[in-house]
Ligand binder design. Structure first.
Ligand code: 1GP
Length: 246
């Protein structure tokens, strides 16, 4: 399968944009729907499957990751909402520091809790600077993390935060307006961060249509993460994948 951060880096170097299909482990409790989503992701040549959610883990989390891995020929990457969302069946885990917030648990506390398990599982950890951006309404992640998102119209704050993350050695920057957000991270903010850091930029939250996806890629996003739109219609993965790769 290769090292996931190297796959992302190679795609970025080659100017190839990536699509990650996000699966919420709770939604994954519906196995037929889960299988269809994973099959579509593979057939549409989506680049990665992310599994995770902001709420505490469902008992079925590990089973969900195991099934996704079994059905998928794509890299499976954990996007954990808590240190309990770990599974040896995954290829990698986004080792997230919530650098837009000032909650010490999400800057280092959860990492200490999760680190021995990640090491024991032997899965790849991808040091990720996670930046929550205002998407027009409070989302589960803003509520659960108890942090204030970066204002939507302040690209300078996002750029400074991303630079700090890169200087700290983080390997990727993930800007997210949260699942089901009313609006995505703005192209202006993505462009400002793109100009400021060399690491790959992941964008998620509120991406529903192919036109928006293209605008965000043109602004400098390297990886787009889509969850809600594919939960509502798993067949939408095909058009989205074409738009991102086209
Ligand atoms: C992942 O929060 C996003 O970063 C997912 O957002 O569910 O709105 O696609 P959507």
């Amino acid at each position: 399968m290769g090292i996931v951060i190297d796959l992302i880096g190679a795609a970025k170097a080659g100017g190839r944009k990536m699509l990650a299909v996000l699966i919420d482990p709770d939604f994954g409790a519906d196995e037929a729907q889960l299988e269809r989503t994973v099959q579509n992701a593979c057939m549409a040549k989506a680049d990665m499957i992310f599994v995770g959610g902001s709420l505490l883990t469902s008992a079925a989390f590990d089973r969900c990751v195991e099934l996704v891995k079994q059905w998928s020929d794509r890299p499976v990457v954990l996007f954990p909402g808590s240190p309990a969302q770990l599974s040896k069946h995954a290829d990698a885990v986004l080792f997230l520091s919530l650098i837009s917030g000032r909650n010490p648990e999400l800057l280092i506390g959860h990492h200490v809790t999760a680190a021995p398990t990640i090491r024991a599982m032997g899965i790849e950890a991808i040091p990720t600077g996670y930046m929550l951006v205002d998407g027009g309404k409070p989302t589960t992640v803003s509520y659960v993390s108890q942090t204030v998102p970066i204002p939507h119209d302040k690209p300078g704050i996002a750029a400074a935060t991303a630079i700090a993350g890169e200087l700290l050695g983080l390997r990727t920057i993930y800007m997210d307006t949260g699942s089901g957000a009313l609006r995505t991270v703005s192209p202006e903010m993505i462009a400002a961060v793109r100009k400021s850091v060399a690491v790959p930029i992941i964008i998620g939250g509120g991406i529903r249509d192919v036109k928006t996806a293209q605008v965000l890629c043109d602004a400098g996003a390297d990886v787009l993460v889509v969850g809600t739109a594919f939960e509502q219609d798993p067949d939408h993965i095909f058009a989205m994948s074409e738009a991102v790769h086209g």
